[in-house]
Design a protein around this ligand. Sequence first.
Ligand SMILES: [Zn+2]
Length: 224
Amino acid sequence: MNVKRLSKYVIGRVAAGFVMVSVSACSSTPNLTDDFTSVGVRPPSDQCSVDPKSIADAVSLGNIDGRGACGIRNGWQVSAVGGVTFSTPARIRCQMVGATNRWIGKVVQPAARSAFGERVVKLRIAASYACRGRNNKRGAKISEHAFGNALDVSAFTLASGRVVEVEDGWNSGGKDSAFLRQVHGKACGTFTTVLGPKADAAHRNHFHFDLGKHGRSGKGKYCR
Ligand SMILES: [Zn+2]
């Protein structure tokens, strides 16, 4: 090894050592590549057609920068939409606020009127923004939840106080089942991804709704 190459080698070793030190200094942060992959995934835009404040109890969060590819552009903290309260405030991007409002108005309330003769007043929110892979699996593709582009709902509370849970109601065969199958099936007109107990075991107890892009055109739908 000549002097020039040696100095390069030393600098390389020093640089590598520095990187190792800086990584170990924040060792509480898990290795990104072990958590999920964001290869080929484009974050959604921050475009929005409706002002969330006109349809929801919502506070602007601006842009949230998360770990790796995670983050929300034009994010909102939402505690009610279309007169329906959320069990816990959801962090979602602007377009999801409008889509949720449309789904509640066009699908959820008509389905509740037809099945129970009353309206839904509350949604139990199982998840919103979360920096993770799909189905919380390590190494899986990054989830739309990581962009604030998804909402999980596990139960609906009616004005009378009756609670309709996805897990118990889906196969109950009664009114609950009819209602849940309506709000799930017709959600595909509003969201681009709709998952429920029919999809897989991970969704046996909640519905997942998102505005992710599918297919080559980006205009496909995935509803199960
Ligand atoms: Zn989900």
